[in-house]
Design a protein around this ligand. Structure first.
Ligand SMILES: [Zn+2]
Length: 433
């Protein structure tokens, strides 16, 4: 099957935009009329629902931020009554209060429909066994993927995170054809499998990875695909908006953002000005149909580019390119902006380098000092000092060229850097400790 919902997924662009306008208009009226939070926010911003006369008028609306959820903890800005709520998810957040997201049955149905379209677009369906190795519980990844996978008629293997050897045994015994987890965890699974004498390529039926919850690069994709003999697809979403909702299609050219569910914009993170399609900036999403916690122009903090052209797969919905970093992950090293994903991009082009690295930033005197610790792969790890020196120079040169800033490089033994079952922590910024 090519599309889960062909009428919606292949709808002409103009019709999609008309639909978005109508959904936006009724959302804004509903929130202005019934929610004190949105009413006050719009008043402060001197915008009235009557000012929304076309889709482009979305830019007149005020932004929402993660702090709006924290400041209104736990549920002060929900727009559904307790009777209508059927689930909570809670994200821990690294600082301050957690954020709570509530869902009505319709909210869950839309989330599930979004994933059903996405999973179908990468060729999954009845007969597939999808191993869900995202955490189950308050985190959205496990349950979100679970319902999407069941909806398309696949068999779910809900392993959650951890107990990696058992995950590999079950993958073999139950014939998992796809796995959903973080890219870091799949790397860990690959390594543990090797230690167990299991060749994922030959000894399992795995053919698809659905990888997300942290930024990763195309270089990493190539490595994972070649090493494990699978197709690796990026998945996107964030707990404030539901959870993981959008994946790339089989073209692997960006996530399709379903226009009937979400209105995506890219803005300049400093000025808040809307940018054109094709320009790089911060993603902002309006959830057009959510009932319990609709978000208007939510500043996600992820940096990327939106492509508006119709995808070669035939789907008309806009695509968001691979996330290039987060506004708050951005390191400023001696005045230059550096994203950890740029470091990964540079490193993955060097064949001697393994899959793992760590960035340590310190202040030495008045200057920022960046150290990149890089694991070599097993074949290149040798005791021959001249060979290692050569690799070290190559890595330093690559990093300088792509980051425009000097980094110290330390080559380390394969397997010596920390491994992660969930999101990896690649950066240690000692300046902020
Ligand atoms: Zn496509």
């Amino acid at each position: 099957m090519k599309c889960w919902d062909p009428r919606m997924e292949e709808m002409p662009k103009e019709d999609l935009q008309t639909m978005q306008y109508k959904l936006l208009k009724s959302l804004v009226y509903r929130l202005y009329s019934f929610s004190p939070f949105y009413h006050d926010r719009m008043k402060e911003h001197k915008v009235h629902p009557d000012d929304i006369r076309e889709l482009a008028d979305v830019k007149k609306l005020p932004f929402m931020f993660k702090r709006d959820l924290r400041d209104n903890y736990p549920n002060k800005i929900f727009t559904a009554t307790q009777d209508d709520l059927v689930r909570y998810h809670v994200s821990s957040g690294t600082t301050g209060k957690p954020t709570v997201v509530g869902y009505t049955q319709n909210d869950l149905d839309l989330w599930t429909a979004s994933l059903a379209r996405a999973l179908t677009s990468i060729g999954l369906g009845r007969g597939d066994v999808i191993q869900v190795s995202y955490g189950y519980g308050l985190f959205t990844g496990g349950l979100g993927m679970h319902y999407g996978a069941e909806r398309i008629g696949a068999t779910v293997l809900p392993t959650s995170v951890g107990n990696t050897e058992r995950q590999i045994e079950l993958m073999q015994d139950l014939g998992a054809t796809a796995i959903a987890c973080t890219p870091s965890y799949l790397l860990h699974i690959g390594e543990v499998a090797e230690k167990m004498g299991v060749d994922i390529k030959k000894d399992t039926k795995l053919r698809v990875g659905i990888l997300g919850a942290e930024p990763w690069t195309d270089g990493m994709r190539t490595r994972i695909e070649n090493w494990l003999g699978i197709k690796a697809y990026d998945i996107y979403g964030t707990s404030e908006l539901s959870g993981p909702m959008f994946t790339e299609c089989a073209e692997q050219k960006g996530f399709h953002i379903w226009s009937d569910i979400a209105l995506v914009e890219v803005i300049d993170p400093k000025t808040g000005e809307q940018l054109e399609a094709g320009e790089k900036g911060e993603l902002t999403i309006t959830m057009l149909q959510k009932e319990a916690l609709p978000m208007i122009r939510f500043r996600i903090g992820d940096i990327s580019v939106v492509e508006d052209a119709v995808c070669p797969c035939g789907r008309t919905h806009p695509r968001v390119q691979r996330i290039q970093g987060r506004v708050d992950d951005m390191l400023i090293i001696r005045g230059i902006n550096v994203f950890p994903s740029q470091v990964e991009y540079a490193l993955m082009a060097i064949p001697e380098v393994g899959q793992h690295f760590q960035i340590i930033v310190e202040r030495k005197g008045a200057l920022d000092d960046m150290l990149v610790r890089v694991e070599l792969n097993r074949e290149s790890f040798s005791d021959r000092i001249p060979a290692l020196m050569q690799v070290q120079q190559k890595v330093e040169h690559r990093l300088r060229n792509s980051l425009n800033v000097n980094a110290n490089v330390e080559l380390v033994e394969p397997g010596s850097l920390p491994r992660f079952e969930g999101k990896s922590k690649k950066v240690i910024d000692k300046r902020s400790l």
